[in-house]
Design a protein around this ligand. Structure first.
Ligand SMILES: [Mg+2]
Length: 374
């Protein structure tokens, strides 16, 4: 048994997964989502898989799939080789001695270790996190930065199909006054039928936020995500105090220490927790626990993961009691190709926890070959 859990090899494969439509952020746009799959293979013949992924390149947090590949192959894989998949705590400590920051890369590795360990035990990853407290999470759909009629049409289509009941609009690509008018138009059209939330992706400064955010609240927007840069936690606290609607922290929140500081300053009403940006499942559990202790609900947020990374985030979201503010785990729905042998199940506005060992997801080797980057 003990030798079976020893890590023989760590491999990485870079793929570019085509999207159904271009996905736009304030500073970036993408037609395909680059994903780095990390395979941890044990002496016992088990493979655990993790996913390194960021939203459309290094603009969000400095890492990209290319930097992750170098960090993992050159610096992390030698630490893992010969060690056991069930010594995650000591492996993480040893990795951090060699590699600072790079939380997205570390998350891909940490998830692969959990997948391999859970598969070796024949249990789901959620069981390693304390067990599932829910078997599904609601999924919000993210609308792009296109003009109001375009995003309203997309939202109504999703509502009619019963796929989603709330929507998040990306903002920050236009002049603030133009952007606010666009969102007001969308909120007016969707009033009474669906919730509308906005994500500024850290694009506005303090004065722009203080001038324009109250208009969004007046228009019926139900939540504002990260209007100002991640480091400006004091400004986030000022905005939280000003607005009658909840403020969600995303770029400001990566570590349990960040969570504690946000809570102490009253800077966020909701935590956006991504297993990717936070360095993996365990750190995500810790952040949600800090939030729960402070009365701050967590939201299962996304970096636009493929089915594998989405499943990892889902196991976290179902295992963490504090994730009571839904999710935006829609990544696979944005992709034009199904990367999993058995797709994740979206139904009734929810994403349902897959059964089966590990993450409960097997990638399709033919699809990996088809979209592999040379
Ligand atoms: Mg965000």
């Amino acid at each position: 048994m003990s030798d079976d859990l020893r890590i023989d090899r760590v491999e990485t494969v870079l793929v570019d997964i085509p999207l159904r439509r271009p996905h736009r952020f304030a500073r970036a746009s993408m037609n395909a989502q680059p994903v780095l799959y990390v395979f941890v293979r044990t002496a016992g013949g088990i493979t655990g898989t993790g996913e390194g992924v960021v939203p459309a390149g290094p603009w969000w947090g400095g890492e990209s799939v290319e930097t992750m590949q170098v960090i993992i192959e050159r610096y992390i894989a030698p630490i893992l080789t010969g060690r056991r998949v069930d010594e995650i705590g000591t492996l993480q400590r040893d990795i951090t001695d060699v590699v600072a920051a790079n939380l997205f890369a570390k998350a891909a590795v940490e998830v692969a270790l959990h997948d391999a360990w859970a598969r070796s035990l024949g249990i789901g990853v959620h069981a390693l996190l304390g067990g599932a407290v829910r078997s599904s999470v609601p999924v919000t759909w993210a609308l792009g930065t296109e003009p109001a009629p375009v995003v309203v049409e997309e939202a109504l289509g999703k509502l009619d199909a019963g796929l989603h009941h709330s929507f998040k609009l990306k903002m920050g690509a236009d002049e603030p006054a133009v952007d606010v008018s666009r969102v007001e138009a969308v909120a007016e059209k969707l009033a009474g039928v669906a919730g509308v939330r906005v994500d500024l992706n850290a694009r506005w400064d303090r004065l722009t936020s203080l001038a324009h955010l109250p208009r969004l609240a007046d228009a019926g927007v139900e939540m504002v995500e990260q209007p100002v840069p991640g480091s400006e936690i004091e400004t986030l606290a000022e905005i939280s105090a000003l607005l009658p609607i909840p403020v969600m922290a995303d770029e400001s929140l990566r570590t349990p220490s960040d969570a504690l500081r946000l809570a102490r300053l009253g800077a966020a009403d909701i935590f956006a927790v991504k297993t990717t940006k936070c360095g993996g499942l365990r750190a995500s559990m810790e952040i949600a626990a800090v939030g729960a202790a402070a009365g701050i609900p967590s939201h299962g947020a996304t970096s636009i993961e493929s089915p594998l990374g989405t499943a990892a985030s889902l196991h976290f979201a179902c295992a963490a009691p504090g994730v009571t503010w839904g999710s935006e785990l829609f990544g696979p729905l944005l992709m034009a190709e199904e990367m999993a042998v058995e797709p994740l199940r979206y139904a009734d506005g929810h994403l349902h926890l897959p059964e089966g060992p590990g993450l409960g997801i097997d990638l399709d080797p033919d699809k990996i070959r088809a979209f592999r980057r040379d």
